[in-house]
Ligand binder design. Structure first.
Ligand code: C2E
Ligand code: MG
Ligand code: MG
Ligand code: MG
Length: 292
């Protein structure tokens, strides 16, 4: 799996620590300091609309720039943040940073884009999420339609009725809602009809082998059909090859995200990319080898 890549020394270190709560606590303190000392940063990965060939948005992905250990993946510290209760502060920081950055690009004259921010299930449950989102939007001046919140299926495991109420409140504020890593969770399909969603994100574990694994191809095709029947948009994550893109286009997938287009970029790099793509779209990539 892609998520298993990008390991560094820290990974081993972190794996050993799963069993050592004392040392995990120490790591938690390191993370707390990182938040205070501004060692965290947000990268942005473009999301491309397959009809227009244009960047329509980006996913905000948090990174930890540790002075000695280097760049640490969120896979290695999000769960720690959840366990130590830091996820509330960390999540709010990411949300605020992403919304402020998005607004700054709009003020700089870029075509308005939608920024997608990941929410962890625990964040969803414990923090006064509605207030936080409302305050961040107010403080940054970002129009709610340019914020998308990515939820995972695990939020459903908690309390369905409370979840629906929260989602409806968020929707009433005008933000977009999507389900991340769709198909990897254990939840029932019935919530798809009860939750006020806008988009499903097909997990990259299904996308990576669509051209060689008939089961993955069938699952992806079924998810696209399901999404469209429910009037939801669908985005495929982890698109790495032109063959994958061709398959997804043929199945009428709406949007794509992945290293074929761009890896996650620093805010500065993303700004430059936007500038370049204002003129030139992903046309070459999108017209090549596509057969309907
Ligand atoms: P995710 O939300 O499913 O994000 C997509 C992940 O796939 C990112 O990993 C991205 O870098 C990676 N990716 C995108 N395209 C490709 C590709 O073509 N090939 C491969 N191999 N990988 C690709 P990343 O940045 O390491 O983040 C991992 C996970 O950490 C995220 O998965 C998300 O669940 C979590 N995460 C990241 N930032 C945050 C955050 O601010 N808050 C919370 N709660 N979770 C976050
Ligand atoms: Mg995500
Ligand atoms: Mg995902
Ligand atoms: Mg995920």
């Amino acid at each position: 799996r892609a998520k298993d890549q990008g390991r560094n020394n820290f990974q081993l270190y972190a794996a050993e620590m799963n069993s050592l709560s004392f040392e995990r606590l120490a790591l938690g303190n390191m993370l707390r300091k990182a938040l205070d000392q501004e060692e965290l940063l947000v990268h942005y990965q473009p999301q491309v609309d397959l009809d227009s060939g244009e960047i329509f948005g980006m996913e905000a992905l948090v990174r930890w720039q540790h002075p000695e250990l280097g760049l640490i993946s969120p896979l290695q510290f999000i769960s720690l943040a959840e366990e130590t209760g830091l996820i509330g502060a960390l999540g709010e920081w990411v949300l605020r940073t992403a919304c402020a950055q998005n607004k700054a690009w709009q003020l700089a004259g870029m075509p308005p884009l939608r920024v997608a921010v990941n929410l962890s299930a625990r964040q969803f449950k414990h923090t006064p999420l509605i207030d936080t989102v409302a305050h961040v939007l107010e403080d940054t001046g970002l129009d709610p339609q340019y914020l998308e919140l990515e939820l995972t299926e695990s939020i459903v495991a908690e309390n369905v009725e409370a979840t629906i109420t929260t989602l409806r409140d968020l929707k009433a504020m005008g933000v977009q809602l999507s389900i991340d890593d769709f198909g990897t969770g254990y939840s029932s399909l019935s919530y798809l009809k009860r939750f006020p969603l806008d988009m499903l994100k097909i997990d990259q574990s299904f996308v990576h082998h669509i051209n060689t694994d008939a089961d993955d191809a069938a699952i992806v095709t079924a998810v696209i059909t399901l999404a469209h029947s429910l009037k939801l948009k669908v985005i495929a994550e982890g698109v790495q090859t032109e063959e994958q893109l061709t398959f997804l286009r043929a199945q009428r997938c709406d949007k794509v995200q992945g290293n074929l287009f761009s890896k996650p970029l620093t805010a500065e790099e993303f700004g430059k990319l936007l500038h370049k793509k204002k003129e030139e779209r992903w046309d070459g990539l999108l017209t090549k080898g596509v057969s309907y």
